[in-house]
Design a protein around this ligand. Structure first.
Ligand code: PMP
Length: 435
């Protein structure tokens, strides 16, 4: 590594640490290479840091920037609607237009509310499910991420497989100090993609369960695709026991298609949560659901509120993002094709260099990790990953100006090109060779 490459960022980080806790505003930003980096601007598929380094960006700012950095249509829409006023503490027409658009695109979106981020929308979904069913717990899966708030900040953070305990009654650990100890009583946790185990658990415990929440693709750990019939199995079991099926589409939403993973797989949940790519980096999310569930909010039994909800600029950003995605009929085909090109290219490079690199995912998002397994099928398999090697790979890419999320996740945007993917592959092969 060139010692001078990140010099200005390094000095800004020292300054930031005096005023921002840990120098950052979100925990994950600490873990850049070689430390938190300060950026000056972004454009399309590229982002620039304060040292003048230009990166080909596959992080898309943790997913939101599906039409790239600073898309002119998004920025124009935000500027235009901001000039009319930022926030009314009242209704505006664009809000209806966005809701009508989501209703047209997303199967479960018969009714909805807008919020600010994914974490908040998830909690709204739980509240609706508890209110309608009169039950208190939710069931969730190991390795799935549903935000940073107390009752979901479990099941994602141990480095020791043995500590997870048995598959049938997994042990869980709080992610953070200071989580309410009572939050542990709010959920049951199970390994994902195991319908028999789920069925057995529900036979015994369904009477406690208001909801089952799942990422339809396990994007937050290894980009694991659901087994054939798994999502349908979830749907059937939820119907059988009167449990709300919640899809957390914070990552899959607008990424697997305009209708999210629910449209892609043809399985409609009762409630679903969208954020990230929905707003191109502006703080907007949605909790959507079938009317019989959303009636809890419609009829005022469930309270959902928020001073900042559905502000003019965020609604404008979302409408503009969806328009960009929808106007070009080839957008999704291109994102899937480029993802496939990246996946096949990385697999080929790994073969030629003798590296045990495993690449998983549907294309618009992919996960890379080093393991001797042919397939990583659930969270427990992720403990086979060589994290030191991954770190070297991701850091190596970063030093060569290719930015990938530290845990090995790559996002493709609507503005990445074949030439850019080809360039990334060439660089990646060299790094694999040098590992
Ligand atoms: N659910 C999923 C699937 C996510 O990936 C995330 C964020 N990575 C969240 C929920 C939380 O969203 P936010 O960070 O917007 O609160």
């Amino acid at each position: 590594m060139n010692e001078l490459k990140y010099k200005h960022s390094e000095s800004l980080l020292s300054r930031a640490k005096k005023v921002l806790a840990g120098g950052v505003s979100s925990e994950f930003r600490k873990y850049n290479h070689p430390h938190a980096i300060f950026y000056s601007h972004g454009n399309g598929s590229h982002i620039y840091d304060v040292d003048g380094n230009e990166y080909l960006d596959f992080t898309l700012s943790q997913g939101p920037l599906i039409v790239g950095h600073s898309h002119p249509d998004v920025l124009d829409a935000v500027a235009t609607y901001s000039k009319k006023g930022q926030l009314f503490a009242g209704q505006h027409i664009q809000e209806i237009e966005l809701a009508e658009k989501l209703q047209e695109l997303i199967p479960a979106a018969e009714s909805m509310r807008f919020c600010l981020d994914g974490s908040e929308a998830v909690q709204t979904a739980f509240r609706v499910a508890r209110a309608k069913t009169g039950r208190s717990k939710f069931l969730r899966f190991e390795g799935h991420y549903h935000g940073w708030l107390d009752n979901v900040a479990y099941g994602i953070s141990t480095t020791d497989l043995a500590a997870l305990g048995s598959r049938t009654t997994p042990a869980v650990f709080p992610w953070s100090a200071g989580q309410s100890p009572n939050s542990r009583d709010e959920f049951i946790i199970l390994p994902w993609n195991d319908l028999d185990l789920l069925q057995h658990t529900l036979e015994l415990q369904h009477q406690d369960l208001a909801a089952i929440i799942t990422e339809p693709i396990m994007c937050n750990n290894s980009c694991i695709i659901p087994n054939d019939g798994f999502l349908q199995g979830l749907r059937d079991l939820c119907d059988k026991y009167g449990i709300a099926l919640i899809f957390d589409e914070v990552i899959t939403g607008f990424r697997m298609g305009l209708g999210g993973a629910q449209k892609y797989y043809g399985i409609t949940p009762d409630i679903a949560v969208f954020a990230k790519a929905m707003g191109s980096g502006y703080p907007i999310s949605a909790v959507v659901g079938k009317r019989e569930w959303m009636a809890e909010i419609e009829e005022g039994r469930v309270i959902h509120a928020g001073t900042m909800n559905a502000s003019n600029p965020t609604i404008a950003a979302s409408l503009a993002t969806i328009k960009v995605l929808q106007d070009d009929k080839d957008t999704y085909k291109r994102m899937f094709d480029l993802g496939l090109m990246l996946k096949e290219g990385l697999v080929g490079a790994a073969k030629r260099t003798g590296q045990n690199l495993l690449v998983q995912g549907p294309g618009p998002m992919l996960h890379t990790g080093f393991t001797d397994l042919d397939k990583v099928s659930d969270y427990r398999d992720t403990f086979t990953y060589d994290r030191v090697k991954l770190n070297k790979f991701i850091s190596g890419l970063h030093d060569e100006n290719i930015r990938v999320i530290g845990r090995g996740l790559w996002y493709i945007s609507a503005v990445h090109t074949e030439q850019e993917v080809a360039h990334a592959l060439k660089v990646a092969e060299q790094i694999l060779c040098d590992l």
